[in-house]
Design a protein around this ligand. Structure first.
Ligand SMILES: Cc1cc2nc3c(=O)[nH]c(=O)nc-3n(C[C@H](O)[C@H](O)[C@H](O)COP(=O)(O)OP(=O)(O)OC[C@H]3O[C@@H](n4cnc5c(N)ncnc54)[C@H](O)[C@@H]3O)c2cc1C
Length: 452
C-alpha cells in the first residue's frame, strides 16, 4: 500500500510534508522532527495499514506512544502516532487475583497520567514512571522504574498480555502461553518487535501513599549518597526512594539535593517510622511528609517552548549490583569535572529482584540501584565539548553491570550491547530475524537482526 492509499484507507489521518497540519504533527514535547509522514492511527486496522505502507514504501517506522524519545525526530520515517489508542479499562469479566489485583486493558498510546487517574477510581495502581505525560508504551517496553518498584517490580513485570502488530502485519495476542518467546521479547525489547496496540496489566489495590520530600545540604554529596544507600539497604519493600541532585538553572533555581520517598500504603505512622532515619540526617534543611493519592505522585516537568534551541544532553547511566563507596566517589568526581550535572540514584531491590534474570529481556535483577548522571552542553558547544563532558561522566559506569536504555536517547553504536546481557541480546536478535528481518522497526535502541 502506498502512502496515498494509506491516506485514503485509514480511519485516522495521514499528515504529509507540505500540508497545513504538518508542523503540528512533527512537533512533540518541544522537538521537531523531519518525518516522511505522520499517521495518526484510529485503531488496530490503521496500524496494520500503516505498517504495510511503510513496508511497501521502504520507510523505517518510528512509533510514537507518549512521544518522549528522540527517534521520531530523526528524518525520513513514517511516524505511527498511537495517541488515539488511549482507553484504560478495568476488565469486569476477569476475577481479581488472590491478592486483589485486577486485569486492566490499556491502549498502546495512553500516558501514565491517564492510567493513574482511571485506576485510582477503582482503588488500583500500576507502578509506572514518575511523569504524567510519559507513555505506557515506551516506558513499559523498555522496563519502567516506578514509584512502587520495590513492591511490584518494573512496569513490565505487571504485564500479563499484549496485542502486537508485527512487521508482516499480523495481529498477535501475546502472553506466557501465546507466542511466549515474543511476549518475553517485548518485555524489555522496546519497540523492536512491532507495535503494541493494547497492554494487559495486573493492577494492584492501593488506597493511598505517603510521600516525603527531604531537601538536603549537598556539600558532601558522597556522604549523603552513602547514608541514603545504607538506609535503603535495610528498608522494607514498602519504602521506595530516590536521591536527586539538580544543577543550578539560573539565579532563581540554585542547585538542589532532594531525597523523595514513597511509602506504598496509607499508614502514615508506619511511613514516618520508615522515613525517620533519612528525616534525621544532619544534612536535612527542610522536609515535607504528606499522604497523597497515587496519581498525585506523578509530576509534569515544564516543557521548553516550541522551537527553542535545546542544549545537548550528555548522559551516562548504569545498573549497580553494589553501590560501593568507590563507585559513589567516581560518580561525584566525574560530575564535578563535567561541571555540576544532574545526578539520580534510584533504589531498587525488593520485588524488582524477585524476578529471575532470564524471565524478561531486562536481566539485571541483582542490581540494588540505578544511577544516572547527565550534563547539558549549550547549543553553541562543540563536538569536543560533548566528548570532554562524556569522558568526565563515564568512569562510574565501569562498575555497573549494564545500561538502562529508557534513560538515554543516545543512538551510539554499542549501546544495545550494554543494555542487554549477551544471552538476552542473542535471543532478541533471533526474534528480530524471525519477525522483523528487514528491520522495519529500527527507530529505537535498535536490535539489529543478525545471528548471535
Ligand atoms: C520527563 C521524563 C520522566 C521519565 N521518568 C521515568 C521514570 O520515572 N521511570 C522510567 O523507567 N523511565 C522514565 N523516563 C524514561 C521513559 O521511560 C522513556 O523516555 C520512554 O521511552 C518514554 O516513552 P514514551 O512512550 O513517552 O516515548 P515514545 O517516544 O513515544 O516511545 C519511545 C519508544 O518506545 C517504543 N514504543 C512506544 N510506544 C510503543 C508501542 N505502543 N508499541 C511499540 N513500541 C512502542 C518505540 O520504539 C518508541 O521509539 C522518563 C522520561 C522523561 C522524558
Amino acid at each position: 500500500m502506498s502512502l496515498d492509499q494509506l491516506a485514503a484507507t485509514i480511519s485516522g489521518s495521514l499528515v504529509l510534508p507540505g500540508s497545513a497540519d504538518f508542523d503540528g504533527a512533527r512537533l512533540y514535547h518541544g522537538r521537531a522532527g523531519d518525518p516522511a509522514a505522520v499517521a495518526h492511527v484510529g485503531g488496530v486496522d490503521d496500524v496494520v495499514a500503516a505498517v504495510g505502507a511503510a513496508r511497501e514504501e521502504r520507510l523505517p517506522v518510528a512509533i510514537r506512544g507518549g512521544g518522549h524519545s528522540n527517534w521520531e525526530s530523526l528524518p525520513g520515517a513514517l511516524v505511527i502516532d498511537l495517541r488515539a489508542l488511549r482507553e484504560v479499562v478495568v476488565d469486569q469479566d476477569a476475577a481479581p487475583t488472590a491478592d486483589g489485583a485486577r486485569l486492566v486493558h490499556v491502549g498502546g498510546g495512553a500516558t501514565w497520567g491517564e492510567v493513574a487517574e482511571e485506576l485510582a477510581r477503582h482503588g488500583l495502581a500500576i507502578s509506572s514512571g514518575d511523569t504524567r505525560s510519559v507513555g505506557v508504551g515506551g516506558l513499559t517496553l523498555g522496563a519502567g522504574i516506578g514509584w512502587v518498584v520495590r513492591c511490584w517490580g518494573l512496569a513490565l513485570d505487571q504485564l500479563v498480555g499484549a496485542q502486537l502488530v508485527t512487521a508482516g502485519g499480523d495481529v498477535l495476542e501475546l502472553s506466557e502461553t501465546s507466542y511466549p518467546e515474543l511476549f518475553w521479547g517485548v518485555r524489555g525489547g522496546g519497540g523492536n518487535l512491532g507495535v503494541v496496540t493494547r497492554f494487559d496489566f495486573l493492577a494492584h489495590p492501593l488506597t493511598g501513599v505517603v510521600h516525603a520530600a527531604i531537601t538536603l545540604d549537598g556539600a558532601d554529596l558522597p556522604a549523603l549518597i552513602r547514608a541514603f544507600r545504607d538506609v535503603m539497604r535495610a528498608a522494607p519493600r514498602e519504602l521506595n526512594g530516590s536521591l536527586m541532585r539538580t544543577p543550578p538553572m539560573g539565579p532563581e533555581l540554585p542547585s538542589r539535593t532532594v531525597i523523595e520517598l514513597a511509602w506504598a500504603g496509607p499508614d502514615e505512622a508506619a511511613a514516618r517510622a520508615a522515613f525517620a532515619p533519612l528525616l534525621g540526617l544532619p544534612q536535612v534543611t527542610a522536609s515535607e511528609v504528606a499522604p497523597v493519592a497515587y496519581p498525585d505522585l506523578l509530576q509534569e516537568p515544564p516543557m521548553p517552548p516550541p522551537g527553542m534551541t535545546m542544549p545537548t544532553i550528555v548522559d551516562e547511566n548504569g545498573w549497580f549490583e553494589s553501590l560501593d563507596d568507590h563507585v559513589i566517589d567516581a560518580l561525584v568526581a566525574g560530575a564535578a569535572e563535567a561541571g555540576a550535572p544532574m545526578l539520580l540514584v534510584r533504589w531498587l531491590g525488593g520485588a524488582f529482584g524477585d524476578v529471575a534474570p532470564e524471565a524478561t529481556a531486562i536481566g539485571f535483577r541483582r542490581a540494588e540501584a540505578f544511577v544516572m548522571s547527565a550534563a547539558f552542553v549549550p547549543p553553541d558547544g562543540t563536538a569536543e565539548d560533548v566528548a570532554r563532558v562524556k569522558a568526565a561522566l563515564a568512569p562510574f559506569v565501569e562498575h555497573s553491570v549494564g545500561a538502562y536504555g529508557n534513560f538515554t536517547n543516545s543512538v551510539a553504536p554499542g549501546l544495545p550491547e550494554r543494555m542487554y546481557t549477551q544471552p538476552t541480546l542473542a535471543r532478541l536478535r533471533a526474534l528480530k530475524l524471525e519477525w522483523d528481518r528487514d528491520n522495519l522497526f529500527s527507530r529505537n535502541h535498535n536490535v539489529v537482526p543478525v545471528v548471535g
